[in-house]
Design a protein around this ligand. Structure first.
Ligand code: IMP
Length: 428
């Protein structure tokens, strides 16, 4: 992580919202390029800039450092309207967005029918819904995989764009109307809007893999900024309650066109407890006053949708799985200060699933009720650790907690966050 030419992937180790934005921002100085490899505006990274907090959804958090090149990779799904809004908003507060932001021409576009389908399906699913962010992410990835997707580069070719939009509307409109009873889309209006988006974005659209590999050849260092997290990965997460991209480290290679040998180090970001938004299994969930206390103290409300996050104790099978799948070199442990007030801090060491002990997350779907977390309880430190910057200044109980996580995951904890500000961090 220290050598300038080393590339680092920053990956969510739980179900998202671990505080990746702060970690990326903190480590940014050491890198020349910051690149996103997957997801879309379902992500929400909060970064402090000139004493205020801002949320970026599509643009890499590196954008707050004007000397970094930021790349939106081919593995992303991009709603051009949301991207332009984000650019305008950041520019209005003084963030430089000129030639420092580039978009891969092979990234896929989200169109309004994707969003409409996402929301219609969730509505019909009722209790069985995934709890998506409603941004059209899943349907956009589906169109990509079906090979009928509209790529960012297509926005610059009016004939291709028109044909693809006409085909998409001919296919999606009857689905929306007859299956879901929803309004349809006018292909002409979509063509006009997406042509305009292409004109505005034209100078940023480039061959992403060529650009990033050129930088690597020049000896520039790259930070691969993960969005969402390992447990939301389409292949490795708690399927079907996942997002639709590979948000664990494998996504870096496919989502940017970077060979695995260029990913030198991987840091996993994990909260000192666990949260998740949306539906799906959450073995250590606290549906009581303690959970509410964590939610309040940790301000656990969704950055993108504002939804209250589900909260629970730290889950080591999740972290072990994330460590294995991503080959984590180290962990950045965030929000340790949120646990300041607790007399006792239970940690899930294993699951008991129908009488069998599991130390990692099973690959098959397990109903919430079938998970019986096996806890080990730690003594709380019961004093404020907010703003502490040296491990030696942490209370012994907090150090015991950290050491236990390191021992159980086999992963050193290299960064500990003791508050939302950049300076409120222990870097080891
Ligand atoms: P989608 O990505 O909008 O399709 O949502 C699928 C699942 O992933 C839902 O449970 C979302 O709440 C969750 N999800 C997607 N993006 C994020 C994120 O950035 N943080 C946390 N959860 C997310």
């Amino acid at each position: 992580m220290n050598r300038k030419s080393e590339n680092l992937a920053v990956i969510g180790a739980q179900w998202g919202d671990e505080g990746k934005g702060k970690i990326v921002d903190l480590l940014c100085d050491r890198f020349d390029v910051v690149a996103r490899f997957g997801g879309g505006h379902n992500a929400g990274h909060t970064v402090r800039f000139r004493d205020k907090h801002y949320t970026v959804k599509l643009i890499p958090s590196g954008i707050f450092h004007s000397d970094k090149l930021c790349i939106l990779g081919n593995g992303m799904v991009i709603d051009p309207e949301a991207l332009l809004e984000e650019i305008d908003k950041l520019r209005s507060v003084g963030v430089t967005i000129e030639s420092n932001l580039k978009i891969s021409d092979a990234a896929h576009c989200i169109l309004p029918y994707h969003k409409a389908l996402d929301m219609a399906r969730e509505e019909v699913a009722g209790e069985a819904k995934i709890g998506t962010t409603g941004r059209g992410i899943g349907p956009a990835y589906e169109t990509k995989v079906s090979r009928f997707g509209i790529r960012i580069g297509d926005l610059l070719d009016s004939q291709v764009l028109r044909e693809k939009i006409d085909f998409a509307c001919a296919e999606k409109n009857p689905l929306l109307k007859t299956v879901y009873g929803k309004p349809t889309f006018d292909p002409g209006a979509l063509f006009d809007a997406y042509t305009r988006f292409g004109q505005i974005l034209a100078d940023r659209i480039t061959n992403g893999p060529v650009l990033i590999n050129e930088k690597i050849r020049e000896g520039k260092s790259v930070m691969f900024e993960g969005a969402q997290a390992t447990m939301l990965d389409i292949d490795h997460g708690t399927y079907p309650f996942v997002t639709s991209s590979n948000c664990s480290v494998g996504g870096v290679a496919t989502g940017l066109g970077v060979a695995p040998k260029h990913i030198h180090r991987v840091i996993g970001v994990a909260k000192a407890y666990t949260t998740r938004v949306g539906s799906g299994p959450f073995p250590t969930e606290l549906s009581d006053a303690v959970g509410e206390q964590i939610r309040k103290r940790g301000n656990e409300f969704g950055t993108v949708t504002g939804r209250p996050r589900r909260t629970g104790w730290l889950d080591l099978p999740v972290l072990r799985t994330a460590s294995m799948l991503n080959g984590l070199d180290s962990i950045a442990l965030t929000k340790l200060d949120v646990l300041d007030d607790f007399e006792e801090i239970p940690v899930c060491v294993d699951y008991n699933i129908r009488g069998k002990r599991w130390s990692t997350v099973p690959s098959f779907a397990v109903a919430q009720g079938d998970y019986k977390p096996v806890f080990r309880t730690f003594k709380g430190w019961r004093k404020s650790i907010v703003g502490i910057t040296s491990i030696d200044d942490l209370p012994q109980q907090a150090r015991d907690y950290i050491r236990f996580i390191e021992d159980e995951t086999g992963c050193p904890i290299s960064v500990i966050s003791t508050g939302p500000r950049r300076e409120e961090t222990i870097v080891r």
